[in-house]
Design a binder for this molecule. Structure first.
Ligand code: NAD
Length: 424
């Protein structure tokens, strides 16, 4: 496997090109200073690491990983670590840039980072995953720290992975450094309310968007692509908090559909038992593509990038798209959805509940005092609503779609910090 495994730079579906094109559009609308624009098109730093890991069968396997720091003008870099066989440096660059915009839109004092390791965690034992996690931190140690760069869980990484990484970093420092990583288990300085925070933030946005459209969210119909942390909690909280009826969900093996809906507890139990949502006795199997085109009120893309593109955007029937996944929609699809009157809640806002509660976790780690779950929910609600309305107001006054409005708010805040620092 190539150490960089670059995506095709000419491909329209390279996520980093997408992130750059989104910024370019915002920069043109804002008449952004040329140097500021060029600086924001690229990560400030990136580290490529090569990791030897002893496998259970006695061999040593070599893995490749990355950490990208996009921009830290507003505060230390912050962003998750992904374990995925198809990870690329360009995906990580795009995700790091989106973290810069997300933390700025949420107005939390952090910058944007992201990490990834090319691996297939489904084929690795717990021991192999632990050795891989520790090897990654050993290589990255000097790049990370509570005041430099703070990772978190993301695709196929878990609180357990964060615990191993925290332990390795603490060993390197010779002292406990709980603030170096978030999304930790509660017993190791994690925050109450972090587990479902990404979905909870998204559900708050859906509630506000539905109210703005005059839709009654009670009894509204939803489909969810991806049934991991973000997607499965969207099912649970959508039903619990908004009275939603979820009729379809999916994972990497395929989807399931029942027009009468099905309970979160049943679908989760089936996935736990069989490893997938497919084959669920209370529903019929459907493809991931078909799920996206179902006639629903709310569609939650909650898995991978670039699933709504110019190829299928005209076929999307949902009234609200709540992007729990990062980069789910391409710029071409954004334009089509907007002209079709579909309300899109962009990833920068929709999944920002995760990083917001991660920030709360850092605050609690720094003070050594931990909040009750209700306190976390109350503060998250306030942050999500404030960001939602700053985006919505910009979209309305400038007559543009929500993603561009979110960019304009975020890029404005980051450039203000860069200007004050004298970076341009
Ligand atoms: P996860 O590993 O918990 O779950 C991922 C889910 O996606 C799994 O159910 C998997 O089977 C499914 N999946 C993988 N490939 C798929 C495919 N081709 N089609 C359909 N489903 C597929 O990951 P997660 O943490 O829930 O992350 C999902 C998305 O949410 C990612 O884009 C991530 O960047 C974003 N996100 C997550 C968080 C968080 O706090 N977990 C925060 C912000 C953004």
């Amino acid at each position: 496997m190539s150490p960089t495994k670059e995506s095709d730079p000419h491909s329209k579906e390279n996520p980093f090109k997408t992130a750059q094109r989104q910024l370019d559009e915002a920069a043109a609308l804002m008449e952004l200073d040329h140097a500021a624009h060029e600086l924001l098109r690229w990560p400030l730093r990136e580290l490529h690491v090569t990791l030897p890991v002893k496998m259970d069968n006695g061999t040593t396997q070599i893995f490749h990983g990355f950490r990208v720091q996009h921009n830290d003008a507003r505060g230390p870099n912050k962003g998750g670590i992904r374990f995925h066989p198809d990870e690329t440096i360009d995906t990580v660059r795009a995700l790091a840039a989106w973290m810069t915009w997300k933390t700025a839109l949420m107005d939390i004092p952090l910058g944007g980072g992201k990490g990834g390791i090319i691996c297939n965690p489904k084929n690795m034992s717990a021991g192999e995953l632990e050795r891989l996690s520790r090897a990654y931190i050993r290589q990255l140690g000097s790049f990370l720290g509570p005041k430099k760069d703070i990772p978190a869980p993301d695709m196929y990484t878990s609180p357990q992975v964060m615990a191993w990484m925290l332990d390795e970093y603490s060993i390197m420092q010779g002292q406990n450094e709980f603030g170096v990583i978030t999304g930790k288990p509660l017993a190791l300085g994690g925050s109450a309310g972090r587990g479902d925070a990404t979905a909870r933030g998204g559900i708050i946005c859906v509630r506000e968007a539905a109210a703005a459209l005059g839709l009654n969210s009670k009894g509204s119909i939803a489909a969810i692509q991806g049934y991991g942390n973000a997607g499965s909690f969207a099912h649970k909280l959508g039903a619990e908090l908004l009275g939603m009826k979820v009729v379809a969900v999916s994972d990497s093996k395929g989807g399931i559909y029942n027009p009468n809906g099905f309970a979160y507890e049943h679908a989760v139990a089936h996935k736990k038992q069989t490893g997938s949502v497919t084959g669920f006795p209370e529903a019929e199997d459907i493809s991931n593509d078909a799920l996206l085109e179902l006639d629903v009120d709310v569609l939650f893309p909650s898995a991978l990038e670039e699933v709504i593109t110019e190829r299928n955007a005209q076929k999307i029937k949902a009234k609200i798209i709540a992007e729990l996944a990062n980069g789910a929609t391409t710029p071409e699809a954004d334009a089509i959805l907007y002209s079709n009157g579909i309300t899109l809640i962009p990833d920068l806002l929709c999944n920002a509940g995760g990083v917001t509660v991660s920030y709360f976790e850092m605050v609690q780690n720094a003070s050594g005092y931990y909040w009750a779950e209700e306190e976390v929910h109350r503060r998250l609600e306030k942050k999500m609503k404030t960001a939602f309305y700053s985006m919505q107001q910009t979209a309305q006054t400038r007559n543009m779609h929500n993603r561009m409005a979110a960019y304009i708010v975020a890029v404005g805040r980051v450039t203000e910090a860069m200007k004050l620092r004298g970076w341009y």
